[in-house]
Design a protein around this ligand. Sequence first.
Ligand SMILES: [Zn+2]
Length: 87
Amino acid sequence: MAKKFHLAIRMCVACRDRHEQKLLVRLQCNEGLLKAFTKKGRSFYICKSCLDSEKKVIKSLMRQCRSGDKEKLINRLKEIITDGRES
Ligand SMILES: [Zn+2]
């Protein structure tokens, strides 16, 4: 019997398109520090195609984190993505 399951659809904050959750990376910001979602607090999603374009994501990151430090945000984002791929 085919197992029925519901796809979780979430919106990417960068392109505002809706995607399956598995195509998105879940992030959060605590006091201006970008991090992978820690299972508590407010979070947001960015899709994997947006993650390939710094220009696309930076405005959303700055808005979500209320931070103007683009370089720091992008560096943190890269670290998070790299960590996620290794585990
Ligand atoms: Zn996107």
